[in-house]
Design a protein around this ligand. Structure first.
Ligand code: FAD
Ligand code: NA7
Length: 539
């Protein structure tokens, strides 16, 4: 029931995924603050609550898709396969919530709709979609960077007689057995869904906008001996991860692809193909795949060769073969290309024959064909990074809205704060690191928590970055991105997947090690780049 008077809290955490859960633990259990976390979901887990689609799997190896802060938990939590599935990750996060007794301070089924900074009291006034008002000194947003769903606007959607699901809001209990299913979207998610459902559905029509480079994920069972050896080495493993680039557990290669012979290059790619993993293929084979056009083309042409070998029908192979740069988030799969050899799977290139409309029976494309389907699955991704921010009414100093502040694209200082929004922190905010994410989330949560601790012990009324610090960080991220090929490919990494969204840099591509060093330097320099407004002069 709506509270009659505003609840007064020290801090509000928005989101109960990897980020929000750890933040709540730090602020409540370590700093002793009065905190509540909110999530619009009906359960905890964030990404892993929402994405229950068939085949949902992390493509970070199991041993690294978890928190590292709790040694005891690392030692007791087992895994059976090289990669963890959605139900396993969800179970893990629920366990963490119970382990730290967090559930009683997580309010589910409650969306935060507004947050307004009151300069006279230095507090945030926060509104929910259940009609509550809460005030808090701090607000920490763990809204998720791949969380606000992107649903295509297709004419005739209301006339369609079948069911429509988005991968990122997958309902419980969907049975696709024997049905005629259409999947739109061939990113990481689309590949997983297509590969998982093809053997079960009656007929599968894949509506492909862009062909993709993908390598095998290489999921296998792991032995108890292997698990024990990882546990024994965890200290060293996490140290390596924290100092690495993409935090996927391997050393990034520094060898230029063109510095070795053609034979050796093919052997390196082949070995990576057999071992599996998208990030490995891009970053562990050679050091310049994502930087140098020739190196990139070498990797791309290796994958094109695989498609030609695997896919039997030449016309399908042609449609599946990308010709652009290999510079999106690297993909991996459990037999994606081979799925198109199945009799019940059909590929429609919607670049060649665009979708005209949804009809009562299915999808009509520009060649006049009506593709009949019972179920349409949108694996069309997310309004990434700032999507959940701009769907809220957030107002900082002088009533400036987040939409106004970010009209030229989302920015931040260090990925965790933004100028004019005092005492507001972000986990995985814009221009944070592009990595396996739990280690980056930990770095940010720990840094934010320490800043709040320092602020609390120093009578600080408000903390915010200067506009100059934010501009400098944006420039740094831009400069690093411009050294890579990523901005030259259209993907969510730069906001290019959303119609009308400005294409800008949204990540710090300098690696986790450098990012952590930067965070540490800023703190050690007395929070360089921040304005700390003191409540009362400290004697
Ligand atoms: P999330 O887990 O997204 O949680 C955010 C929560 O905030 C959500 O529950 C949402 O409901 C809630 N929320 C948002 N706005 C509001 C609001 N206004 N009010 C209330 N609640 C709100 N990362 C990897 O590193 N490796 C992988 O292999 C990997 N695989 C992925 C696979 C899929 C299908 C997806 C979608 C993402 C994947 N990711 C992967 C990225 C993944 O999102 C992060 O690893 C991590 O789970 C993010 O945690 P988070 O807490 O920051 O955000
Ligand atoms: P992605 O990677 O953004 O992929 C979305 C896919 O949907 C991609 O193939 C898009 O084509 C396609 N798409 C997007 N909008 C449309 C419309 N309007 N019509 C047709 N096709 C469309 O999202 P995922 O969920 O797969 O993965 C996101 C991240 O989550 C992933 O990297 C992991 O970290 C987990 P496009 O390529 O843009 O032409």
């Amino acid at each position: 029931a709506p509270a009659t008077s505003p609840a007064e809290l020290d801090a509000v955490v928005v989101g109960a995924g990897f980020g929000g859960i750890y933040m709540l633990h730090k602020l409540r259990n370590e700093l002793g603050l009065n905190v509540r976390a909110f999530d619009r979901a009906g359960g905890v887990g964030g990404t892993w609550y929402w994405n229950r689609y068939p085949g949902a799997l992390s493509d970070t190896e199991s041993y690294l898709y978890r928190y590292s802060f709790d040694e005891e938990l690392l030692n007791e939590w087992d895994w059976t396969h090289k990669y963890v599935t959605q139900p396993e990750i969800l179970k893990y996060l629920e366990h963490v919530v119970d382990r730290y007794d967090l559930r009683k301070d997580i309010q589910l089924n409650t969306g935060i709709t507004s947050a307004r900074y009151d300069e006279s009291t230095n507090r945030w006034i926060i509104g929910t979609d259940t009609g509550e008002t809460i005030t808090a000194k701090y607000i920490v947003n763990g809204l998720g960077l791949l969380s606000a769903t992107n649903v295509p606007n297709i004419p005739g959607v209301d006339t369609f007689g079948g069911d429509i699901y988005h991968s990122g809001a997958w309902p419980q209990g969907v049975d696709l057995t024997g049905k005629r299913v259409g999947v739109m979207g061939t990113g990481s998610t689309g590949l997983q869904i297509i590969t998982a459902i093809a053997p079960k559905v009656g007929h599968l029509t894949v509506f492909q906008r862009s062909p993709q480079y993908s390598v095998p994920v290489g999921n296998t069972t792991v032995t108890p001996e292997y698990v024990a050896s990882v546990k024994k080495d965890y200290g060293k493993i996490w140290e390596q991860v924290r100092g690495s680039g993409v935090a996927f557990g391997f050393e990034e290669s520094t060898v230029p692809a063109m510095s070795v012979s053609e034979t050796e290059r093919q052997a390196v790619f082949q070995k990576a193909w057999e071992e599996g993993g998208g990030f490995r293929f891009m970053f562990n084979t050679f050091g310049d795949i994502a930087m140098d056009r020739d190196a990139n083309e070498a990797a791309a042409s290796f994958v094109r060769g695989k498609i030609a070998e695997i896919v039997k029908d030449p016309e399908t192979a042609r449609k599946l073969t990308p010709t652009d740069l290999y510079a999106k988030r690297p993909l991996c799969d459990s037999g994606y290309y081979a799925t198109f050899n199945r009799d019940n799977v059909e590929l429609v290139s919607i670049k060649e024959t665009p979708i005209v409309e949804l009809t009562p029976k299915g999808i009509r494309t520009s060649d006049g064909v009506e593709h009949e389907i019972d179920v349409l699955i949108f694996a069309t991704g997310f309004d990434a990074v700032d999507g959940n921010y701009t769907r809220m009414d957030i107002r900082g100093r002088g009533g400036e809205t987040i939409q106004e502040h970010w009209q030229d694209g989302p920015t931040s200082y260090l990925g965790v704060t933004t100028a004019g929004f005092p005492n507001m922190f972000m986990i995985l905010g814009p221009n944070g690191p592009f990595t396996n994410l739990p280690p980056s989330i930990e770095a940010q949560v720990e840094w934010i928590s320490r800043l709040i601790k320092d602020a609390e012990s120093g009578e600080v009324a408000s903390v915010e970055p200067t506009a100059e610090a934010e501009e400098a960080w944006t420039r740094t991220c831009q400069e690093i991105a411009d050294m890579t090929l990523f901005p030259k490919a259209d993907s969510w990494i730069f906001g290019a997947n959303i119609p009308g969204k400005k294409k800008t840099v949204m990540f710090y591509l300098g690696g986790l090690g450098n990012y952590r060093n930067k965070l540490a330097e800023v703190r050690e320099a007395g929070y360089e780049g921040f304005d700390l407004k003191v409540l009362a002069p400290v004697e």
